[in-house]
Design a protein around this ligand. Structure first.
Ligand code: NAI
Length: 282
């Protein structure tokens, strides 16, 4: 299932081979572009390969997954991607780790290379500040699972040039994504609108409402394909709390106050589907 190859970038460096990095590597490799997937852990690279094989075989059982895997170099050595003109960072959501990676990429890559972050909440401006060419730094926020979710949210930081945005938009479309452009403020577009709604649904539960009733209400009354509490359970209660906290702190505004019930659930280990218990039991 090869899509049209990108003439813009013939080889893309991805740093961080976790859930997101592996997914991003897969969609880019599926479009016929070479990928260098870097992780600090060999074991993680093996897991990344298995994730790609499983995901691809499920969606394209008739095609040999090797047609995709052959486009990906799995390595712990970032030098392997030193000629790439696009790098996408997908390391853990911690500013110190991201800045360290951005510093190294800025030293390693050609001057005209674009460095993108898959962050879901951190400032693109802050990451750009440690690079030699802040105008070439941009957000490319993919959604999980990357091979299935259509959206790519591109974030234009204060330093990001229009040319950089246009290049990554074109590339995003070439790898089969629908693109939206967002400003660099906490939550960007999707999480800014979604997270307060999910947080409010948690407040409804805290006030004694039944999760199943709330979900039914939002599905039938607001035409949502999935109820907010089911969605929180599948995203992870801890992930929602983290994003809600970053909106609250990022805007210094009490309207984003995270629901205390979310905090209690995280403390109790009720993280949703992944632990077998959240707003529902699994
Ligand atoms: P993850 O924890 O699954 O993967 C992170 C990977 O980075 C790990 O494999 C780790 O070994 C590697 N790593 C850490 N430091 C490194 C370094 N210096 N060099 C190379 N590799 C390094 O995390 P996940 O879920 O893939 O998230 C990555 C980024 O994507 C985060 O910024 C997150 O906020 C964002 N994101 C996550 C979504 C999700 O649903 N999980 C959705 C959208 C964005």
């Amino acid at each position: 299932m090869q899509r049209q190859s990108s003439k813009l970038f013939t080889k893309v460096l991805i740093v961080g081979g976790g859930l997101m990095g592996a997914g991003i590597a897969q969609v880019i490799a599926e479009s016929g572009v070479q990928v260098v997937l870097v992780d600090q852990s060999e074991a993680q690279l093996e897991r990344a390969k298995q994730q790609i094989e499983k995901m691809y075989n499920r969606r394209h059982p008739e095609i040999d997954v090797q047609s995709v895997i052959k486009n990906i170099t799995f390595t712990t050595n970032m030098e392997a991607g030193k000629k790439c003109l696009l790098a996408i960072e997908a390391v853990p959501e911690k500013m110190e780790i991201k800045k360290e990676v951005f510093r190294s990429l800025s030293e390693l890559l050609p001057d005209n290379a674009i460095i993108a972050s898959n962050t879901s909440s951190l400032s693109i401006a802050a990451m750009s500040s440690v690079t030699k060419k802040p105008e070439n730094v941009v957000g490319m926020h993919f959604f999980s699972p990357v091979p299935i979710m259509k959206l790519l949210e591109i974030i234009k930081g204060i330093n990001t040039s229009n040319e950089t945005v246009e290049k990554v938009r074109e590339f995003g479309e070439l790898i089969g994504k629908e693109v939206i452009i967002a400003k660099d403020f906490p939550g960007f577009t999707v999480n800014r609108a979604l997270v307060p709604m999910l947080n409010e649904a948690a407040f409804l539960v805290m006030e004694g409402n039944d999760p199943a009733e709330i979900d039914k209400g939002m599905m039938l009354g607001a035409n949502h394909p999935i109820g907010p509490l089911k969605l929180i359970d599948s995203l992870g209660v801890d992930v929602l709390l983290f994003t809600a906290e970053s909106l609250y702190e990022g805007f210094n505004d009490s309207k984003y106050r995270p629901c205390p019930l979310l905090k209690r659930m995280v403390e109790a280990g009720h993280l949703g589907k992944k632990t077998g218990k959240g707003f529902y039991n699994y």
